[in-house]
Write a protein that binds this ligand. Structure first.
Ligand code: FAD
Length: 431
């Protein structure tokens, strides 16, 4: 049994949705494109899962986000692509189906249902999976009240567990953005939250201690507790298979009615190991998002691509990069001669409680803070080798975010850090 397509997108997440839109804008013919996804729904804006999706029901809140409201490509103010849209454009959807092997020499994919799907051009958009406790030698992922958060099924389960744990204690393992966003949502749902992570402060890969303490202070004011500098050592599990307590390496124990684990992700490259060149844990591509096999492109979290601005290959795990790299790959596939190399300014954002921040560029070098850290608007610049390379802003306006993005892209020379600190946000606004 087999079907053949000109283009196949493997994976049905954010990048797949934005790639599909770009194909149709560039003149896709019906029957040419197929999307294969392990998920049962058409592509959606994954960031909604840790934000609007987890909001409680009730008079104080807008109704929690549910599909179809956040299908791609609403996150970039584009058309919302519903199942009907794919049908109208003659795009074949193979949902709820895992691809179990890829033969790049024959240009075929074999699904878990036994179907062989062949392509002329393959776009790999398999994203990443959540790292499991077992990969760190710990047990408990299969307990009824232990949750991860990567896809709609995880988020639906998290909401169910949250409802059954209402009024109880949650332990969030991991201080990255998944941990931070989940902790905020749990607190909003009136669950007592303790966050546990090994670093000295939250969001350690990006935040400076000063930035982190602003957020941590606010979380504390909402009842969230922080246990830092230690890690999980084991769970206490009752006879029903539920975690009742979390034991930490420092010898302490936290009571738990539920646990959320956000300890990082791993790109889904396994189908291509030995067939494509890998780098930085992802599939290495050129400025056209083309891999070491000229018929195979890779986009989104799974792609390691040249970031021109910093002159090096990077793999980013952010939604904006997924959207833009996907569109760029399709431009390069359909219009190769008119498509320049991808020139991307790394961008990441998060929203927790009433906070909202954006970060552009690179968090390397010396840091200069600015703004009122006890107020609503504050930020930081990163200066490396005499140039501005990164900018962070909390609580900015649209114009202010555009200004820090523009300033970061320009990489202006910075001679005097004290002067940059004095100018603060004004530096970006006047550049
Ligand atoms: P994904 O969206 O993960 O899609 C991958 C798809 O491939 C999935 O549908 C998966 O089922 C499918 N797949 C994988 N392997 C196979 C296979 N073998 N066969 C069939 N299908 C397969 N980024 C931000 O910048 N800001 C945020 O606030 C933010 N919030 C987030 C919140 C959450 C809860 C999560 C999980 C991520 C968040 N991100 C955020 C990151 C962002 O969502 C990702 O960078 C983005 O989804 C990557 O898109 P992608 O298409 O590469 O991968």
């Amino acid at each position: 049994m087999g079907r053949a397509f000109v283009y196949v997108i493997l994976g049905g997440g954010v990048a797949a949705g934005y790639a599909a839109l770009e194909f149709t804008k560039r003149g896709l013919s019906p029957g040419e494109l197929c999307i294969i996804s392990e998920e049962h729904v058409v592509p959606y804006e994954r960031p909604a899962l840790s934000k609007g999706f987890l909001l409680p029901e009730g008079p104080l809140y807008a109704a929690p986000a549910r599909l179809p409201s956040f299908h791609t490509c609403v996150g970039a103010n584009e058309e919302r692509l519903t199942p009907k849209w794919y049908k109208e454009h003659g795009i074949e959807l193979v949902l709820g189906t895992r691809v179990k092997s890829a033969d790049l020499r024959r240009k075929t994919l074999l699904t878990a249902t036994g179907e062989t799907i062949s392509y002329k051009i393959l776009i790999v958009a398999t994203g990443a999976r959540a790292l499991k406790l077992e990969e760190f030698g710990l047990n408990g992922s299969d307990c009824d009240n232990v949750c991860y958060l990567r896809d709609l099924a995880d988020a639906t389960r998290l909401v169910d567990v949250m409802k059954s744990g209402a009024g109880g204690n949650a332990v969030v393992i991991g201080g990255g953005y998944i941990g931070m966003e989940c902790a905020a949502s749990l607190a909003i749902n009136k669950i007592a939250v303790t966050m546990v992570f090994p670093e000295a402060h939250c969001m350690a890969r990006l935040f400076t201690p000063k930035i982190a303490s602003s957020y941590e202070d606010y979380y504390k004011s909402k009842g969230v507790k922080f246990v830092k500098g230690t890690v999980l050592s084991s769970f206490d599990i009752d006879s029903d298979g539920k975690v009742t307590g979390v034991n930490l390496k420092d010898g302490s124990r936290l009571p738990a009615d539920m646990v959320v684990v956000g300890i990082g992700i791993r790109p889904n490259t396994s189908l291509f190991e030995g067939q494509l060149t890998l780098e930085k844990g992802g599939i290495k591509v050129n400025g056209h998002m083309q891999s070491s096999n000229s018929s195979v492109f890779a986009v989104g979290d799974v792609a390691a691509f040249p970031v021109k601005l910093f002159g090096e290959i990077r793999r980013l795990e952010h939604v904006d990069s997924a959207r833009k790299s996907a569109r760029h790959a399709v431009a390069a596939i359909m219009d190769p001669n008119k498509t320049e190399d991808f020139d991307y300014l790394p961008f990441f954002y998060s929203r927790v409680f009433a906070f909202s921040w954006q970060f552009y560029g690179d968090s390397a070098g010396d840091v200069v803070h600015f703004g009122d850290f006890s107020g609503n608007t504050f930020g930081a610049y990163w200066v490396n080798k005499g140039q501005l390379v990164g900018s962070f802003l909390e609580g900015g306006t649209k114009e202010e975010y555009e200004a820090i993005a523009k300033a970061t892209r320009l990489k202006p020379p910075i001679e005097d850090l004290a002067e940059l600190e004095r100018q603060g946000l004004g530096f970006a606004l006047t550049i």
